[in-house]
Design a protein around this ligand. Structure first.
Ligand SMILES: Cc1cc2nc3c(=O)[nH]c(=O)nc-3n(C[C@H](O)[C@H](O)[C@H](O)COP(=O)(O)OP(=O)(O)OC[C@H]3O[C@@H](n4cnc5c(N)ncnc54)[C@H](O)[C@@H]3O)c2cc1C
Ligand code: FES
Ligand code: FES
Length: 460
């Protein structure tokens, strides 16, 4: 476990208590995919999970989202498509190929810790998002242009990001990116939103990654298309301004000159796509929705350093000792659930995946306390050698297992998928398994196995 320094854990249910802890220096814990995956010192952890900060709502034409909303929840929310012309879900999807990471990482955590290549930050800039930071004296609004540049300034003195909103949906939006592999971080990404008034562009916003600093809007480029008819020449003038005013990064992955040239093409492409969508009144294409799983807010934990915690594992109530820093991976393996594999401990390999209240999570990046009072499913609860689960039978019969290290995680991800969708497409199966790295079998056979299990379950 990387965040070794954790000594105490707090999980308030009241915002006032959370603010008081934040003012005393407790480190906010949202999805944990940064806090628990990096060697940060976080002696006192303030878990935001019980504050009820998860929501995606439309209010007076604005899209309002809680800071604890996960990226996967955005991908699955029809409101997020309508309120952003599809841009926010698109940016959440490319954040990580791993469904587990997308299902854990939150809008709040990503905004506070936005990497320089964060497509999500670029999208939130192009959407002109407004952040709501709550402080002991009350809430303060901070536009993305300011918040994303220096979140620490807005949060200084014990502020917590509680929500963000997108004022007024754009009519068209697009995200274009270039990466070495589809699953790799973008070398350059361009996010664009547009709205028309009659024949002219009343609003155009454009933000980029791949720069020397954090993702940024290029106001001079926006000025070239705003008020114009959005003709080819207008778009060329806009792209020219991007090249003139953006300072591109030079690193081991790409030269600044390569990024500049790519940025021009991506800007033109993104503008064209956004304008076409707006002119044709095309609704954003949403992925097939999955039925929503019920959300249970965890109970309050005022202060915890060590003690017994309880959770239901594979249908059986278990209680065992934990320290504040104990991960779910350590807790489960100590209890004999060795099907939960110990791999990288940094969220990269997926071998430690379990289902927490039906959702796949990485046990190495989940504190055991997060699972307190909840239900965990490990591969031991899926089936046993005398009575294999149909997914396990399909893995065996398809030859989808060699060493078996990734198999428990893959089978649990498959279960979460098939519980929600009886007839998944190949793409949906691939998406569900992404994040489980396999070093020997590869992915063709496991994908085949999941589709076979789905087919056989439908026929039985
Ligand atoms: C395998 C893996 C792949 C990743 N890939 C990417 C990637 O491709 N692109 C990318 O940008 N990042 C990536 N990350 C990093 C990480 O996923 C993001 O930074 C993530 O979005 C953080 O969200 P979180 O909810 O998990 O935040 P946490 O880890 O819980 O918190 C992150 C930071 O934000 C603070 N914080 C969180 N919520 C609040 C709040 N409401 N108020 C105040 N402070 C708050 C925390 O104190 C902490 O400093 C990856 C991480 C892993 C493990
Ligand atoms: S992702 Fe948890 S051990 Fe690798
Ligand atoms: S079967 Fe060996 S890692 Fe997947």
């Amino acid at each position: 476990m990387l965040a070794r320094g954790i000594r105490s854990y707090h999980r308030p249910t009241r915002l006032e208590d959370a603010l008081s802890l934040a003012a005393q220096g407790a480190v906010a814990l949202a999805g944990g995919t940064r806090v628990l995956a990096s060697p940060v010192e976080a002696p006192n952890v303030l878990d935001l999970a019980a504050l009820d900060l998860t929501r995606v709502d439309s209010e007076d034409g604005d899209l309002v989202m809680g800071a604890m909303t996960t990226l996967q929840e955005i991908i699955e929310s029809p409101r997020a498509y309508e309120g952003t012309a599809g841009l926010l879900p698109a940016a959440c999807r490319v954040h990580s190929a791993s469904r587990m990471i997308r299902g854990m990482a939150t809008l709040g955590g990503e905004s506070v810790q936005a990497a320089h290549d964060s497509e999500l930050a670029a999208a939130l800039l192009a959407l002109n998002a407004v952040y709501v930071v709550t402080r002991p004296e009350g809430p303060v609004e901070s536009p993305a242009l300011r918040f994303l540049r220096k979140p620490a300034e807005d949060l200084a003195g014990g502020g917590l990001l509680t929500s963000l909103f997108i004022p007024g949906a754009p009519e068209g939006a697009a995200l274009e990116r270039v990466a070495v592999l589809p699953s790799a971080p973008s070398l350059v990404a361009v996010a664009v939103t547009v709205s028309f008034s009659g024949e002219h562009l009343a609003r155009a916003r454009l933000a980029l990654t791949g720069l020397e600093g954090p993702p940024s809007r290029i106001l001079e480029a926006e000025a070239k298309v705003e008020g114009s008819a959005g003709s080819g020449d207008d778009l060329e003038r806009c792209a020219e301004q991007v090249l003139r005013h953006a300072t591109f990064r030079e690193d081991a992955h790409a030269s600044a000159d390569y990024r500049r040239r790519v940025a021009r093409t991506l800007t033109l492409r993104a503008l064209r796509r956004a304008i076409d969508q707006a002119r044709n009144h095309e609704p954003a294409q949403m992925e097939r929705p999955r039925p929503l799983l019920p959300v249970r807010l965890p109970v309050a934990v005022p202060y915890f350093t060590s003690g017994r915690i309880e959770m239901t594992v594979n249908g059986v109530l278990r209680a065992a000792e934990a320290e504040a820093r104990t991960t779910l991976l350590e807790w489960l393996r100590r209890e004999g659930y060795w099907g939960v594999k110990h791999g990288c401990e940094t969220g990269e390999c997926g071998a430690c995946t379990v289902l927490l209240d039906g959702r796949p999570v990485l046990a190495c990046l989940t504190l055991a306390l997060r699972a307190q009072g909840r239900s965990v499913l490990t591969v031991e609860g899926l089936g046993n050698p005398d009575r294999l689960h149909p997914i396990q039978t399909a893995f065996v019969e398809t030859g989808a297992i060699q060493c078996g290290y990734c198999t428990p995680a893959m089978e649990l991800c498959a279960k979460a998928l098939l519980d929600a969708q009886a007839d998944p497409s190949e793409l949906e199966v691939r998406d569900a398994l992404a994040g489980c790295l396999c070093r020997c079998t590869g992915y063709v056979k496991p994908v085949e196995a999941v589709r076979r299990a789905a087919r056989e379950s439908r026929q039985s």
